[in-house]
Ligand binder design. Sequence first.
Ligand code: MLC
Ligand code: AMP
Length: 496
Amino acid sequence: MSSNHLFDGLLSTRSDDQRTLLDVPGGRCWSYAELVKLSGQLANLLQLSAVKPGDRIAVQVHKSVEAIALYLATVRAGAVFLPLNTAYTRAEVEYFLDDAEPAVFVCDSARASEFDGIEAQLFSLDGDGDGSLMQAAQALDTEFENALRGPEDLAAILYTSGTTGLSKGAMLSHDNLLSNALTLVDYWQFSSDDVLLHALPIFHTHGLFVATNIILAVGGSMIFLARFDVEQMLAQLPRATSLMGVPTFYTRLLADARFNRDLVAHMRLFISGSAPMLPETHVQFEERTGQRILERYGMTETNMNTSNPYDGERRIGSVGFPLPGVDLKITNPQTADEVSAGETGMIEVRGPNVFLGYWRKPEKTELELRANGFFITGDLGKIDADGYVHIVGREKDLIISGGYNIYPKQIETEIDLLDGVLESAVFGVAHADLGEAVAAAVVPLAGAELDPEQMVHALEASLAKFKLPRKIFVVDELPRNAMGKVQKNSLRARYG
Ligand code: MLC
Ligand code: AMP
């Protein structure tokens, strides 16, 4: 019998395991036993801070071993982990704090003064592990009796923006996370011999749940890089067996001639996801290395939905088959009926991976999560004659830049607040490095003069840097259809 579903499923047998879990280049190796102890100390600290099961622990910190321990501590204390992108501005974070009402907020000490006076108890944690969090935890017991948590209990909330510009917290249960990790371990044939080169951020599904949970579940290890950096990747690849990345990782590696067949001949598996990979990147990768990248498809609300096979054909341009236990169908977005074989429509998914709903937003949940359990992904796709799923577009108005999701509405709202602006439309344009980049078309108020550079500067106060438009076009009017809806396709065609 499990007492804490996720922790037991990932780590119950590893409290005394001296093998390496995290290998930090330039730092040291951390064993499973050490991480479990560290998480015990931090769980004791959470308990001392009056954190109760179900309370949220919001975390905006640089990637570190201690941050992983804090994730595990939160799970052990029965609380709900709420990681936030380090690029979010104070204004953006304030929204999450108001909405989620966390009991504890942990941020970098350089930014702690921005959050003086918040309701939550404030701790600091820096990329090197310094800060008030570890100081307070240091002297505490490493043993901790885990809070009882069942499969349906909340383990994490991850915010995703929406087409309305309002971020929604996707509620993920213990079993959403555990079941998906165990499925992927099998599907991708991970073993305790695996050494995953980890260069993703740990505030999103990809780096935190797909990468980290899989390795924890299987007892493998990770070479833990603070961020993606080509030099570091080239230095560490010879020691790794597997890599997970967004397409930008692969295009940047391919741009370096030192990334060649010899360097990666020993590698077992390269996985890509979070954004579409161009067929030419697949082809170039295969030409250069003799290996084919395994592409899979997932999202914050559902973890991983589909994957190309480990053995068998990894089909370029496809995201593979529904994972075991995942039902996937293609429907007509207007009628919700299933379309005929091979036709394009809305991708809907159901399974143990699908989230519980949006935090405190039952009306949004109702719009996207059907009563029969199918989640309406907002992605348009089709299933080919051999059963491979292909994503052919998005119905949701979304830009994916370097694997980060950017919802135009939030940026349009901020641009429209600027002096001299009548209205704006934000859209994605093709970008060689990031896949897509943010562009904006802005209509000035009659007689107003707009300076794009000053506008971007003004937006820095409210928007994370990765959301800032890389190009602003000042236009007389926005292209609209007969219904009055702005035609972003025509903006993309004109300015792309
Ligand atoms: C950084 N910048 C970006 C950006 N990343 N701009 C647009 N899009 C991005 N993704 C900006 C910075 O603000 C900075 O601006 C400049 O670009 C250079 O910053 P950097 O820090 O040097 O960038 P770099 O480290 O090279 O980051 C690029 C990257 C990174 C692609 C390596 O963004 C990354 O690791 N992306 C992965 C995202 C991810 O994990 N997604 C998974 C989501 S989960 P300035 O002005 O200061 O120069 C999900 C579900 C699923 O989608 O299926 O997996
Ligand atoms: P997020 O909600 O941030 O987790 O992003 C999820 C979205 O990323 C999905 O809805 C897709 O639009 C996109 N995505 C993820 N993986 C892929 C992929 N392999 N190919 C194309 N799009 C993808």
